[in-house]
Design a protein around this ligand. Structure first.
Ligand SMILES: Nc1ncnc2c1ncn2[C@@H]1O[C@H](COP(=O)(O)OP(=O)(O)OP(=O)(O)O)[C@@H](O)[C@H]1O
Ligand SMILES: [Mg+2]
Length: 251
């Protein structure tokens, strides 16, 4: 991102921000509610265009994502809410991309779907509809959907995995499983990941570098180790949850 600005009203949500990610890097974006974290992910995914500035992915300018795009960059987004298609089964939701893009038999798709569901700790639910699942299960199904067809690509494409609050509302064991998966999928796929999270364990276990977003700017950036120890007032307030500090509630 170079001098990237995103503005809807008077106050820009992102104000000329700059960010460079290295291949294979795992980044966490943290900050209070309304700071613009999901906006960063939507811009990276091509679901929104910046008001100004430059955004490049894999050395190409990122454009607005279109369904008829022939060679879109391999960017996967786990949405903040699961955003599953209610009229499709879990199998159809998770296998959606495979059905659209690949000449695979139903059995092959089923096999890949089951493998992704197992990886997120879900068994025997492929035939169910999202409305029949708990919130945490839906969240993990959306994770499986983002993972599908990723590690075995065999070409030189490098996926960018984007996770918006991937562990919010999950029990501690499910959190650990997802955090391990974020590391594993990034490593196996030789891609990068950006995790947005308020959960300390998720930030510290799934990322290597942390950036703190507030007031339209990246206020702080450092390694996970530095994130644990720094006395930067933004990070300290985030760590302690104190109501006193440089960050005010957005509303
Ligand atoms: N499509 C939109 N139109 C107008 N304003 C928007 C739009 N999307 C986001 N915003 C505004 O941009 C700001 C940042 O929103 P964003 O969803 O990126 O926050 P966030 O950091 O992800 O917050 P949270 O932690 O609550 O998910 C908010 O003030 C929000 O109201
Ligand atoms: Mg958000």
């Amino acid at each position: 991102m170079r001098d990237l600005t995103m503005q809807w009203g008077m106050q820009p949500v992102l104000d000329r921000v700059n960010l460079v990610m290295q291949p294979g890097e795992r980044l966490a974006v943290v900050g209070p509610s309304g700071a613009g974290k999901s906006t960063v992910l939507r811009l990276l995914a091509g679901l929104q265009l910046p008001s100004s500035g430059e955004l490049r992915l894999f050395d190409k300018p990122q454009t607005y994502l279109r369904l008829d795009q022939t060679d879109p960059p391999d960017v996967r987004l786990v949405f903040q809410n699961p955003a599953l298609l209610a009229s499709l089964t879990v199998e159809q939701n998770v296998g959606f991309l495979l059905r659209k893009k690949r000449q695979l038999s139903r059995a092959e798709i089923r096999e890949q779907v089951e493998a992704c569901l197992e990886a997120v700790g879900l068994f025997d639910i492929a035939h169910l509809y999202p409305g029949e699942l708990s919130g945490g299960m839906q969240k993990r199904v959306s994770f499986a959907r983002a993972m599908i067809d990723n590690p075995q690509r065999g070409d030189d494409a490098m996926p960018l995995m984007l996770y918006d609050e991937p562990t919010a509302g999950l029990d501690p064991m499910a959190c650990t499983r997802i955090e391990d998966l974020i590391v594993k999928t990034t490593t196996v796929a030789e891609g990068c990941s950006v995790v947005v999270s308020h959960v300390r364990s998720t930030i510290e276990r799934s990322a290597e570098r942390v950036v703190m977003l507030y007031g339209g700017h990246f206020q702080w950036s450092g390694s996970v180790e530095e994130f644990r120890r720094t006395d930067n007032p933004y990070v300290e307030q985030f760590r302690t949850g104190s109501l006193r500090g440089p960050m005010q509630p957005s509303h």
